[in-house]
Write a protein that binds this ligand. Structure first.
Ligand SMILES: [Zn+2]
Length: 418
């Protein structure tokens, strides 16, 4: 039994028409007109497939294909249908439409699994005008509560609670979401890799065993603003040249380790004038790695070098941590089941951590969760050039299809026998 690649590719093409812009990209943020249209299409198509639809408080769309009922609860597959502005056809929709294709394939073969199989499309996974990413999954697992969302408005002053109602959700429906948790026995999210680790090794897919932790801090470097002509080089306390050394140390350290990535992506120079020696530089340091120890080792080592720079250049460095998100370990039994399935299918497959946060990282707090990545060409994502080879998509689809069948057999109660 295999998925039908042509049908899936047509679905991806069809869905990408909603929000297609003049640059060939897709602009379909949650709650937009295009999002409303694609939701209607998706729900109609799931109904046509005979699935039982539920829209929860966060307007996540669930479609259930009933099994024999011999085992309680459902194995859930899905991702998100919203996009960033001028995004591509694959980030999100590939995971949702693959779930649809897998259920369709199982139906076409008149197979009933012991568990129900469920498809989910989470609301507002991407960052949006409400400044809330992975919104749907965070609400579903209880990390965002109705109380926290009551007064949230977008930049135009529109209330999030009103937007939710328009798509079938609503803050009043939030308590019901908790009652749905017990029914979800496992969650699998397929996503494009958004990196080049698979391309570099020429392997089409990876099972994801963890989601990296993220550390972010505000860093402020204070020197002495002064006249750029009259202040001799030896007398300067230039905050920007000091910050430059500090930022280069982030790159040097992370490159030398290989298991950690560090970025300074936001920087502000004060007063930012051609004839004034920079008196202050503020920037944001971000470190990501798959374990807390690796992150804190990186922060400590980088801080050590920064102290030396600060003494030598006579600048004051202040660091304030504002995010210390722990890595998420995904379900190791599910990882093993998928690894073994790939081996049995003779498909090369890596096991990797995810360097970005996805809905699966939140779902892991209420049920056994795992992710699968498919190779992205050029590591591109969040742009119209986003692309995965049809051959690779087919392989990863068949892996998940077989993986679901294995999981259906192997999950009993809260246990998976590997
Ligand atoms: Zn995504």
């Amino acid at each position: 039994m295999n998925i039908t690649l042509s049908r899936l590719l047509q679905d991806i093409e069809r869905y990408s028409e909603y929000g297609k812009n003049e640059h060939g990209g897709v602009t379909r943020p949650s709650f937009s007109y295009e999002d409303h249209q694609v939701r209607r299409l998706f729900i109609d198509e799931l109904k046509e497939m005979g699935l039982q639809i539920t829209i929860d408080g966060a307007a996540n769309i669930w479609g259930k294909y009933k099994g024999t009922g011999k085992k309680k609860g459902s194995i859930v597959i899905g991702s998100h249908l919203d996009s960033v502005p001028n995004g591509g056809n694959y980030d999100g929709p590939l995971g949702v439409l693959m779930a649809k294709e897998i259920i369709q394939t199982i139906k076409d073969h008149n197979i009933l699994l012991d568990h129900d199989i469920e498809i989910v499309s989470f609301t507002a996974e991407e960052s949006n005008d409400f400044n809330l990413s992975t919104f749907g999954s965070r609400c579903f697992v209880g990390r965002l509560t109705s109380g926290m969302l009551e007064n949230i408005r977008d930049s135009k002053g529109v209330l999030l609670s009103e937007e939710l109602k328009k798509v079938g959700g609503g803050l009043d429906k939030f308590p019901e979401m908790k009652n749905m948790h017990n029914d979800k026995k496992a969650f699998i999210e397929l996503h494009i890799e958004q990196g080049q680790r698979l391309e570099n090794t020429n392997i089409p897919m990876a099972v994801i065993n963890s989601v990296v932790g993220t550390y972010r801090s505000f860093v402020s470097v204070k020197g002495d603003p002064n006249h750029s002509g009259t202040t001799m080089m030896v007398n300067r306390r230039d905050a920007l040249t000091a910050a430059s050394e500090m930022i280069l140390e982030v790159e040097r350290y992370c490159k030398s380790k290989g298991n950690v990535v560090g970025t300074v992506g936001k920087i502000n120079v004060i007063p930012n004038a051609a004839n004034i020696i920079p008196g202050q530089v503020d920037f944001i340091l971000e470190i990501r790695a798959e374990s807390e120890e690796i992150i804190h080792e990186a922060v400590d080592s980088i801080q050590g070098v920064w102290n030396e720079v600060s003494c030598r250049r006579k600048v004051k460095v202040n660091q304030e941590v504002f995010l210390d998100q722990k890595p998420v370990i995904l379900d190791q039994d599910m990882v093993s089941v998928l690894e073994n399935t790939a081996r049995e299918m003779n498909e090369p497959c890596l096991t990797l951590p995810s360097m970005a946060v996805h809905d699966a990282a939140h779902m892991a707090s209420i049920t056994k969760s795992v992710m699968v990545f498919v190779k992205s060409i050029g590591g591109k994502s969040h742009c119209p050039e986003e692309f995965s080879e049809p051959d690779d998509i087919e392989k990863v689809g068949n892996l998940i299809l077989q993986g679901v069948i294995q999981l259906d057999r192997k999950i009993s109660g809260k246990e998976i026998s590997v």
